[in-house]
Design a protein around this ligand. Sequence first.
Ligand code: MTE
Ligand code: MO
Length: 319
Amino acid sequence: MLIKVAHPFPIKPSEITPEVVHADRRRFLRQAGLATAGAALFGYGPAKSVGAEAELAPLNVARKSEMAGGETVTPYADITHYNNYYEFGTAKEDPSRNAGRLRTRPWSVVVDGECEAPGHIDIDDLLKPQALEERIYRHRCVEAWSMVAPWVGLPLADFLKRFRPTSKAKYVAFETLYDRQQMPETARGVLDWPYREGLRIDEAMHPLAFLSVGLYGRVLPNQDGAPLRLTLPWKYGFKSIKSIVRVRFMERQPEVTWNKMAPDEYGFYSNVNPAVDHPRWSQAQERRLGELFKRKTLMFNGYPEVASLYTGMDLRRFF
Ligand SMILES: Nc1nc2c(c(=O)[nH]1)N[C@H]1C(S)=C(S)[C@@H](COP(=O)(O)O)O[C@H]1N2
Ligand SMILES: [Mo]
């Protein structure tokens, strides 16, 4: 019998190049224009009935926080039309076009491994009694673009503690849904599916680590990782795994997608660090969506409160 085995990585890591690095100027100007128009349309506040977000259910946000130092929030149109979600295609506009196929109900998350109360939780059981919070966070992609987004969700620690991790739980691993029917792009095998990410337990329990279920006061759009995703503002965007179906407490460091694919380019920690360049481009600057000029990238993306997690570690080695 002939078994056809697809090459696991038909796209070489070296062919994945940050769009902004070679973004031609025309395209960028067009995008900047779109951003400005978007800002004029909705500004920021609770999402108004303009555009696609109006169809998504509003969430009951009990608490709001200012975590981005009063920076301008990126327009909804940009946050939802310039995405990385490779299960729905590798171009930035692909997820907004293709993620409509994703069915986000029913949805349950399996939690197991080194914990006293393993099990699964239905997304609606998680949301009902939960007082949701809004966090305005900077988000810095490893590809050197950035945005500021108003997420709605709960501290990741609150979610994880429900399952009572044991003292052996030194790491937490996360997995995205992998369903070829809903995600036909996964047939191309760009990444080794399912998409996997992981954190050290103290990183996962840090008060900044957030589990997002909404954006701009409403349920998350599929392209942004519905129905639940991580949001880790001090790390490069790829650590913020989308559409999570599985969480596992582990004694050893889990294998994670991008590190496995290109270990010299993407470390396990992936903390935003302007002093440690990616082998193929600088990480010292970034382009905020909707802005023309680059700005300086800040250590830990401007969240110095996480520095104590890494005391004594050589951040060039543990990048
Ligand atoms: N499952 C999954 N999660 C993912 C990705 C992905 O391709 N698949 N892309 C990551 C990357 S590289 C970034 S920058 C962020 C983008 O999140 P956003 O589209 O909501 O801005 O999602 C991250 N989470
Ligand atoms: Mo990213």
